[in-house]
Design a protein around this ligand. Structure first.
Ligand code: ADP
Length: 407
């Protein structure tokens, strides 16, 4: 390998991450500990990672010239989102850039139709689905599978944007989306107990590692809490979910992280919903809750280092997202943090440097302990307080501070 091309002045590798959101920001934190500094490709200088990285390239993920200049000198190029056109990725690979995951693998996290076909082909359980080419296709699918159905943009959606639960045919909506060029699929609405996620990492060498399977608590199509491990999940079922995620990573040739989003159907069967090939919201708990965080593991994997141990650091770990409140909180974020620290000295706070807008993920908190219900309550209260500057009725700011110190 040409060391002058691939390594920083200190002899350590340079990882380039396309995108500069909170995932890149937290990957940068892990890179610092490894003696590295993440390079990011940022659309906006105010992006969460652009605010903290020293090596920021300006440009869009669709701009090949920007991607080429960004990739120059990188030991590995990876992503904090999926919205990078295949054409540009393939041009980088053709130019010899070590892109992780490879575009052949990443395609399955970019296109829900491609992913559904591939996973069904591997014999995994996925919701019944069909491509939508004209508005009538939705009603035809429902005639076979029943209402409601889930209409999805095959590409470009995230956090539930691009997902519509339909209880009846809405031909105008479908026609409008098709006219706008949105590729669509329709799926059976899966009757489920809850949503789970299996997070694994795989290196180019083929080494793989899995974290405990977690429950992802959703509200309005968005993850609000992650419970690690998933409470009450049968050990065998959890082990099978991990094995399945490792198999998907190997079959698709994923390098880096792979998050497999799952539905636990009401009859107990695991159904695959989504794949993500990057650090994922379902893995934020690993920063404090696992021996190796997902961010460090992603770096290790894309650099083909040996992977780190994934053992949890506590019997119960809960991550709760801090979402922008519907109404502007009565206190500044700094005051909210101050009160939170007084009330919950054990809770760890991560803020992403983002402006607060309703329902926008602006940070997260993590709580650890022995009892899942108690840990979950602490995390939920802490996150709600940071969002809204309001405690539930009957709670005062300084109460329980001593008790919290004892946790
Ligand atoms: P995104 O890519 O925007 O995250 P997802 O495909 O993960 O979209 O869907 C978002 C949420 O919508 C899921 O977490 C789940 O709550 C719900 N959902 C998606 N597909 C189905 C389905 N087939 N049946 C029931 N609920 C679904």
């Amino acid at each position: 390998m040409d060391a002058s091309r691939s390594h920083s002045a200190g002899g350590l590798p340079v990882v380039g991450m396309v995108g500069a959101g909170q995932l890149a920001r937290m990957t940068h934190q892990a890179a610092i500990a490894l003696g590295q500094s993440l390079r990011v490709l940022a659309v906006d200088p105010a992006d969460p990672a652009a605010l903290v990285c020293a090596d920021v390239h300006a440009g869009a993920a669709s701009d090949l010239a920007a991607l080429r200049s960004f990739a120059r000198g990188c030991s590995a190029v990876t992503f904090d989102h999926e919205q990078v056109p295949q054409e540009q990725l393939r041009a980088l690979v053709a130019a010899g850039v070590p892109v992780h995951p490879h575009p052949d693998a990443l395609l399955h996290a970019q296109d829900k139709l491609v992913m559904r076909h591939r996973l069904a082909g591997l014999g995994l359980v996925v919701p019944a689905f069909a491509e939508v080419r004209e508005p009538g296709d939705v009603g035809a699918f429902a005639a076979e599978h029943g209402w409601p159905v889930v209409l999805k943009a095959a590409r470009g959606g995230y956090d539930g944007r691009g997902v519509w639960m339909l209880r009846e045919a809405q031909p105008e909506l479908v026609a409008e989306l098709l006219a706008a060029g949105t590729p669509l699929l329709v799926e059976q609405a899966v009757p489920m107990r809850r949503e789970l996620a299996a997070l694994v990492a795989r290196s180019p060498y083929g080494q793989a590692a899995a974290w405990p399977v977690v429950e992802t608590v959703q509200e309005d199509g968005q993850c609000v809490q992650v419970l690690a491990p998933a409470p009450g999940l049968d050990e065998d079922v959890a082990a099978r979910a991990q094995e399945m995620a490792l198999r998907v990573a190997a079959e698709l040739g994923v390098t880096g992280l792979l998050a497999v989003e799952l539905f636990e159907r009401t009859d107990g069967v695991m159904v695959v919903n989504e794949l993500a090939m990057r650090p994922h919201n379902s893995g934020h708990w690993t920063i404090e809750g696992s021996r190796t965080s997902q961010f460090e593991q992603h770096l290790r994997a894309v650099l083909d280092y040996p992977l780190g141990a994934t053992a949890p650091t506590a019997p119960a770990v809960v991550m709760a997202n801090v979402l922008g409140a519907a109404q502007e909180p009565a206190m500044s974020v700094d005051e909210r943090v101050h009160h939170l620290f007084a009330r919950f000295p054990d809770v760890k706070v991560h803020l992403y440097g983002k402006a607060e807008r309703p329902a926008r993920k602006v940070g997260h908190v993590t709580a650890l302990g022995a009892d899942m219900a108690a840990v979950r309550e602490r995390a939920a209260l802490a996150a709600a307080w940071l969002s809204t500057a309001q405690w539930p009725d009957g709670w005062s700011v300084h109460e329980n501070a001593q008790e919290a110190h004892g946790v």
